[in-house]
Design a protein around this ligand. Structure first.
Ligand code: SAH
Ligand code: MG
Length: 208
């Protein structure tokens, strides 16, 4: 979700990849906000993560940011929308990150065989919000013990936890699914999870 630039977001490092924020705005693509992306990058550093699996590439903004942490970071990222995928290819090329980012043009419900060649230190779930649980079930087996599963948009415009303010039936349905996912995750004993109110809400689960 794109929020207005704030004092705190301006304190975070400036990066040439942020030029893509304009592209995202023009095409109304819900990329991570600056504070969240820098927070995840810090987790990558602390965790010394090498292999990241991302569900939901969009224009490649978050994948490029993750890959910018250092040359040892490799991002495998899945996108089902052809236009987004083409944007991502272009941007990976523009920023010369072909050697670090492996984009996969597929529905993440069907991409298991394209990504099962390695163990991942971090799984980042940022695709269709109603399907986060499905993605978690499908891809968590590829995360190493001690690895992280990060889920974005767990508050979905602050509708999650406030369903009574939602008018649209479809949005209501999605919000219910996210609430179910959050509850499931918070009770899941195989992971230590914390839920944080940055960006559009994010959860960080450590695999036991
Ligand atoms: N991670 C990006 C933003 C992703 S937006 C960033 O922060 O820069 C969510 C993306 O997930 C959209 O481009 C959408 O097309 C894609 N998506 C949604 N459901 C998907 C699925 N089942 N498989 C693959 N991609 C999916
Ligand atoms: Mg997101």
């Amino acid at each position: 979700m794109i929020k207005e630039e704030t004092y705190i977001s301006r304190l975070n490092p400036v990066n040439a990849i942020d030029d893509l924020i304009e592209v995202a705005k023009t095409h109304e693509v819900p990329i991570m906000d600056k504070i969240s992306v820098e927070f995840v990058k810090q987790l990558i550093r602390i965790h010394q993560a090498h292999n990241i699996l991302e569900i939901g590439t969009a224009i490649g903004y978050s994948a490029l940011h993750f890959a910018s942490v250092n040359d040892n970071v490799h991002v495998t990222t899945i996108e089902r929308n052809e236009m987004m995928y083409q944007f991502a290819l272009q941007h990976i090329d523009d920023y010369k990150k072909q050697h670090q980012i492996r984009p996969i043009f597929k529905d993440a419900l069907e991409a298991l065989n394209d990504v099962n060649d390695k163990e991942y230190d971090i799984l980042f779930i940022d695709a269709a919000k109603a399907q986060s649980l499905k993605f978690f079930e499908l891809y968590s087996p590829f995360v190493r013990q001690g690895g992280l599963i990060i889920t974005d948009n767990i508050l979905y415009h602050d509708f999650v936890g406030n369903i009574e303010i939602v008018r649209s039936r479809n949005v209501k349905q999605m919000v219910r699914k996210i609430e179910k996912y959050n509850a499931w995750l918070s009770e899941n004993k195989d992971y230590d999870t914390n839920f944080i109110d940055i960006g559009d809400g994010m959860s960080i689960s450590v695999k036991k």
